[in-house]
Each structure stands twice: as structure tokens, then as C-alpha cells.
Design a protein around this ligand. Structure first.
Ligand SMILES: C[S@@+](CC[C@H](N)C(=O)[O-])C[C@H]1O[C@@H](n2cnc3c(N)ncnc32)[C@H](O)[C@@H]1O
Length: 241
């Protein structure tokens, strides 16, 4: 865990970086982030918990919509920058793997790029035991060879403990929360990542995203090779009580 804290404290000390919403390669999967946002809004949360809020892009966005938001991150540098964004945010420095919070205080839990930092499935066990009706996560998957080559060539861009999700982990979540749905992003669009800075590429990216949506929804065997999954982890009201 010290590695996570040190890596992210160092990263977020550079304020310039921390206020930049997304690394440009993510432009080819920006529809995944739109979908993640829309799923959260659709769930109509009143008390939202954001896990690994980092510098607070998401939690400040939802707070501006009038939702009561609590956010947690293990990095105190990230938490400091997050608190600076919006006074109303309740930001806690802490480890998700030993949550210093009662999950039952929230109706929705969200997280962007955090499950793959965790060492176990404990979070899903805690969610299953809680009254939280809906949890929404956006995470990278581990099976695409192109992405793995990129990860291999850029080891210093991430902590050693990071393990993108496997299909087995998704199956585990589905078995624990049978009403969950998963949607996949970034397949053919990945070939556009080196060119994202070229002006006017947006339309081409959109076309690739539409094609990916079609392929990844119609041909399930391709899903494991997607870059990103949005997990909408749902419980029925009966499962909550
Ligand atoms: C890839 S960043 C994602 C940040 C943010 N959610 C976003 O979408 O921009 C991972 C974040 O998880 C935090 N983190 C990693 N392990 C954690 C843990 N065990 N408990 C709480 N936060 C953690 C890091 O400090 C970092 O801010």
C-alpha cells in the first residue's frame, strides 16, 4: 500500500497534471466515460460515495448536480486537491480495503479506475453485505495484446500492483450480483490512439466507437479484448434488505 500512496502523492503534487482530466489516448474511449456518467445520473443517487476520487473531477461534477457526495482516496495529495475543488465535498483520506465508513450511509457507490488497484475482492463482499443498491465502476481489462504491449513499454506510468480486470473477475461479480450489467469499450478504436491529436479525427473516432459498440455487443467472445468495461453492479430491493 505504501507504493500506492507514494506513487499517487508524487503524481498529484504536480498540479498541472492533476487538473488535466484525461490522458489523450483515452479520447478513443471517451464514450465509455460518457456512459459511466450517464449510468450514475440514471441511478438518481442521493448519497454518493466515490472510491479513489483522486483530484475530484467526478465527485465535484456530481456535487454540482446537487447530489450529496463523500469521496475517499489513499493519497493525501489527491485528497487535498480534491477538497480545494469544492467546499461541500466531504473528502476522506483512507484505504478502501479497510473502509473507515459505513457503506449503508450511501445509496450509490462509484469508482473510476480503482478496482484494478485493489488486492482482493473484499470490496464486492462488503457491497454484497451492505444496503447499497447500485455500484458503478469503470475499469481497464487485461486481455488485449496491444494494450498489454503498451503497458509493458511504459512500466513507470503505473504502480506494480495494478492488475487490470480479468473476465474471471467479471464472472465473479456477476455471480455475486446477478442483476449486474457490463458494457465494453475500445476495440477497433484502439488503432486510432497514436493519431488522437490530429484535428478533425473526432468523426472517425465516433465511427470506430459505433462499430465497436456493434461488435462488442453482438459478438461476446470479443468482449475480453476490449480496453474498458463499465460495470453497473445492481442489487434488487429484496437483496438489499
Ligand atoms: C488510476 S487513479 C484513478 C483516479 C480517479 N478515480 C480518476 O478517474 O481519475 C487511482 C486512484 O486510486 C487511489 N488508490 C489506489 N489504491 C487505493 C486504496 N486502496 N484506497 C483508496 N484509494 C486508492 C490512488 O491514490 C489514485 O488516486
Amino acid at each position: 500500500m505504501n507504493e500506492e500512496v507514494n506513487f499517487h502523492n508524487k503524481l498529484f503534487k504536480d498540479k498541472q497534471y492533476s487538473l488535466k482530466p484525461r490522458n489523450s489516448a483515452y479520447a478513443v474511449v471517451d464514450n465509455a466515460f460518457d456512459y459511466y456518467r450517464d449510468q450514475i445520473i440514471k441511478s438518481k443517487p442521493q448519497f454518493l460515495l466515490e472510491l479513489a476520487c483522486s483530484t475530484g473531477l467526478w465527485c465535484s461534477y456530481f456535487s454540482k448536480l446537487g447530489i450529496k457526495v463523500c469521496a475517499i482516496d489513499i493519497s493525501f495529495e489527491a485528497a487535498r486537491l480534491c477538497s480545494q475543488r469544492k467546499q461541500e465535498l466531504n473528502v476522506i483520506v483512507g484505504d478502501i480495503q479497510s473502509l473507515p465508513l459505513d457503506l449503508n450511509s450511501f445509496d450509490c457507490v462509484i469508482g473510476s479506475g480503482i478496482i484494478h488497484h485493489l488486492e482482493s475482492n473484499m470490496l464486492f463482499d462488503s457491497l454484497a453485505k451492505s444496503n447499497v443498491q447500485c455500484s458503478i465502476f469503470i475499469e481497464p481489462l487485461k486481455h488485449n495484446p496491444l494494450i498489454n504491449l503498451y503497458r509493458f513499454l511504459t512500466p513507470n506510468s503505473r504502480t506494480k500492483g495494478e492488475t487490470p480486470l480479468s473476465m474471471n473477475q467479471l464472472n465473479f461479480v456477476q455471480s455475486k450480483f446477478p442483476s449486474s450489467t457490463f458494457r465494453y469499450f475500445g476495440f477497433t478504436s484502439l488503432i486510432l490512439t497514436p493519431f488522437v491529436k490530429i484535428p478533425l479525427l473526432n468523426k472517425l473516432i465516433k465511427a470506430f466507437q459505433i462499430m465497436d459498440d456493434f461488435l462488442l455487443s453482438k459478438i461476446p467472445i470479443l468482449q475480453k479484448y476490449a480496453w474498458i468495461v463499465v460495470m453497473n453492479v445492481q442489487k434488487t430491493p429484496q437483496e438489499c434488505s
